[in-house]
Design a protein around this ligand. Structure first.
Ligand code: MG
Length: 160
């Protein structure tokens, strides 16, 4: 009997000048980047929360507090790798993950193949188990005003 669990994740970061824009593990050329204690990769943060949520292992802020100097400027891929390790230590395997990035700009679609590759490598799963999607919010709300970027994620995990 296979035990399946699902989880969801959501995150928002503010856009700011003089910051690099990291999304789903990929550095994207843009006029602004996301502000945060780590590299502020909003897509990876939502993904980590989806994976942790599926395993009922609290959330990213619990494991990687933004008051901890070890995570200042941290590459979020390292956080995702640690979440993956935590899941495997608890006998969980990742079936698939699905991410939606909400951003008015820049264009995300050209970067999606690379995002899939990078995320799959970081989680040690095949890219066919990783979905990354992008949408605008039709110029509505904080994402529409280019004040920030949000991301949603779901994950399905299983153990035998
Ligand atoms: Mg975050």
């Amino acid at each position: 009997m296979i035990d399946f669990r699902t989880g969801i994740g959501y995150d928002v970061h503010r856009l700011s000048e003089n910051r690099q824009l990291w999304l789903a593990g990929v550095l994207i050329p843009h006029t602004h980047g996301l502000l945060g204690h780590s590299d502020a990769d909003v897509a990876i943060h939502a993904l980590c929360d989806a994976l942790l949520g599926a395993a009922a292992l609290r959330d990213i802020g619990f494991h990687f507090p933004d008051t901890d100097p070890r995570f200042k400027g941290a590459d979020s891929k390292i956080l995702l790798a640690q979440v993956t390790t935590l899941l495997s230590q608890n006998d969980w395997n990742i079936s698939n993950v699905d991410i939606t990035i909400c951003a008015e700009a820049p264009k995300i679609n050209p970067h999606i193949p690379q995002m899939k590759t990078v995320l799959a490598e970081t989680m040690d799963i095949t890219p066919d188990r990783v979905s990354v999607k992008a949408t605008t919010t039709e110029q509505l709300g904080f994402t529409g005003r280019r004040e920030g970027i949000s991301a949603l994620a779901t994950a399905l995990i299983f153990r035998n």
